[in-house]
Design a protein around this ligand. Sequence first.
Ligand code: ADP
Length: 309
Amino acid sequence: MKKKVVVFGSFVVDLTGRPPRLPIPGETVMGSSFAMGPGGKGSNQAVAAHRAGADITLVTKVGRDVFGTVATDFYKKEGMDTSYVFEDEKKETGCALISVDENTAQNEIVVISGACGNITSEDVERSRSLIESAGILLLQLEINFDALCKVVEIAHGAGVTIVLNPAPAAQLPDDVLRRIDIVTPNETEAQVLTGVKIENQADAERAAKVFMDKGVKEVVITLGSLGAFAMNQEKSELVKRLSVEAIDTTGAGDAFNGGFVMALAEGKDLFTALRYGNVTGALSVTKLGTAPSMPLREDIDAMYEKAYG
Ligand code: ADP
């Protein structure tokens, strides 16, 4: 039986312009192209898990504006449940203003979290029974911290498995970390949370031990070109990055988390779920964009079979 997955997190609209070089402060540079699309780590991870075949419900918040309909239109097209997409009376839908240098691919990003940074205790209460009914709860750090703490408290109290992707990088109090079952940072986020600079598998092991000493049960660290690493009480393992033709690596971490929780929800162990995350992340970098680049289950299964079958 598949466990139900709840993702409680952010939605923002990504507004991406491509200039020939990034402007210096005060300067205006003419760009050659513009794209608008659904983004936000919570939303991206929910879409990834949904396309990977998980039974998921996303809880997020948008404004009463045209950007809010970008979210709901996209979820309806995807066949995702929109009953927990709350609307803020006053705050605008969050957005990310992204400039990507056409020549160097360097970027500059301003994120305005808007409505999803204004999740109230009433919003959390309206989601209580949904959270309590979940098998797995997937969280990130793009919503307001007071709401995150309340969500963690409810899920922990109900015995729900809590997976935290601690992104973007931020410090977290120990009393939040000790309630987390599985953390899934990338190497930078792991360094911020543990103080361990990660350059190899031994460093990843040291960082994972710091998390476990703080009460986290299982640890996954994505290691960029090295691959992905997991550790629990019994063992640790590094799986190599799969070789694909990478076109756009934005959203790779979100894809990884979506594929990873899908596998956990289907009862796979930590190290098998790590491989599903690795496959989902690899497939997502072969297409442009974040949410639109998330792979479908049949492609995930085909690549999994080829790589690990
Ligand atoms: P983030 O997007 O948070 O920086 P990573 O860059 O570590 O995260 O990528 C997350 C995962 O996505 C990796 O562990 C790997 O599974 C996959 N991935 C990322 N980039 C590539 C790539 N170029 N080729 C294959 N897999 C990739």
